[in-house]
Design a protein around this ligand. Structure first.
Ligand code: NDP
Length: 277
């Protein structure tokens, strides 16, 4: 029997680790599939996906810049994809296109399970209000933190995001504002969901925002000790992590959704992690 076909679509895509991760998952769990990287021409997401489906494609992971297009393409959205307005995984069944956003659950699983930091009762600070931050909010809130503060450079974006989610039922734990609102506040878990680390920049947060007995988490991976993680280290934060675990955990969620088997993630996280130096 021919193997089932999956891919990750993005532009650019040469940097992706998704084929490596999914092919290893397939081997480990005995699943007959192939998983490739697909460079989608800009502005042609729907046509590229139509072609992939016509050739028998069963599912896609979606990365920058197509996560919003994936949401628009889908016929059925999960709660997290709807709340984020973005999807990072699609599943094709006949005429139906199911969309999920596993970035947030991958992040939460990495923090709570792999890093052993429960979020229940914690004060959590989320930096950024772009796609990655939006996808993380509901999965974090489901863990029951006492506070989730979303801080963004463009203050309106954080406020609008928080108001929209509160209007659709998110609890009082969710707050939003600018970085200046962080003065005098401390957080047990600080998550950098900005793209600042990609250009070695530092979001303007005060070092006093870190609780020393806490966790500083940067969603980027493979960049070593980013300016954000360095600030946390200088502030004496006990636990530092980058987004390698999040990447592998969201992949495992998609794999389980497509194939009905959840792969083991620890060995793969160790394999793709770079030291934080
Ligand atoms: P977006 O472009 O959607 O959002 C970027 C965000 O970063 C905005 O909130 C922007 O603020 C903020 N920002 C950018 N530069 C700065 C700066 N110098 N100081 C303060 N804020 C800044 O990006 P994404 O949400 O898609 O991605 C964010 C990060 O998450 C990326 O680094 C990406 O690699 C990572 N990521 C990791 C994943 C994983 O699996 N590990 C999965 C998905 C994303 P403003 O609104 O003011 O412009």
């Amino acid at each position: 029997q021919n193997p089932d076909r999956y891919a990750v679509i993005g532009n650019p895509i040469s940097q992706t680790k998704s084929p490596l991760i999914h092919m290893a998952f397939a081997e480990e769990s005995g699943q007959n599939l192939v998983y490739i990287a697909l460079e989608g021409p800009l502005g042609q997401f729907a046509a590229t996906v139509d072609q992939f489906r016509a050739a028998g494609g069963k599912g896609l992971n979606v990365t920058v810049p197509f996560k919003l297009d994936a949401c628009a393409y889908a016929t059925d959205l999960s709660e997290d994809a709807r709340a984020a307005g973005a999807a990072n995984a699609l599943k094709f069944e006949g005429d139906r296109v199911y969309a999920q956003n596993f970035d947030g659950v991958g992040l939460v699983r990495d923090i709570t399970y792999n890093l052993g930091q429960p979020l229940a009762g914690k004060r959590v600070l989320l930096l950024g209000a772009g796609g990655a931050a939006r996808g993380a909010i509901l999965p974090i809130l489901r863990e029951g933190p006492v506070q989730l503060f979303v801080a963004n450079r463009t203050v309106d974006k954080a406020q609008q995001l928080v108001e929209a989610l509160r209007a659709s039922g998110a609890g009082a734990a969710l707050q939003g504002g600018g970085y200046e609102a962080l003065a005098g506040q401390r957080f047990d878990v600080v998550i950098n969901a900005t793209s600042a680390s990609l250009s070695a920049a530092l979001p303007p947060l005060p070092a006093s925002a870190f609780e020393t007995d806490g966790l500083a988490y940067d969603m980027v991976y493979g960049k070593g000790l980013t300016p954000f993680l360095r600030l946390a280290q200088q502030a004496g934060v006990r636990q530092l992590a980058d987004g390698a675990g999040m990447l592998v955990e969201q992949a495992a969620e998609a794999f389980a959704w497509w194939r009905g088997v959840r792969p083991e993630t620890r060995a793969m996280i160790a394999r793709i992690s770079a030291p934080l130096v």
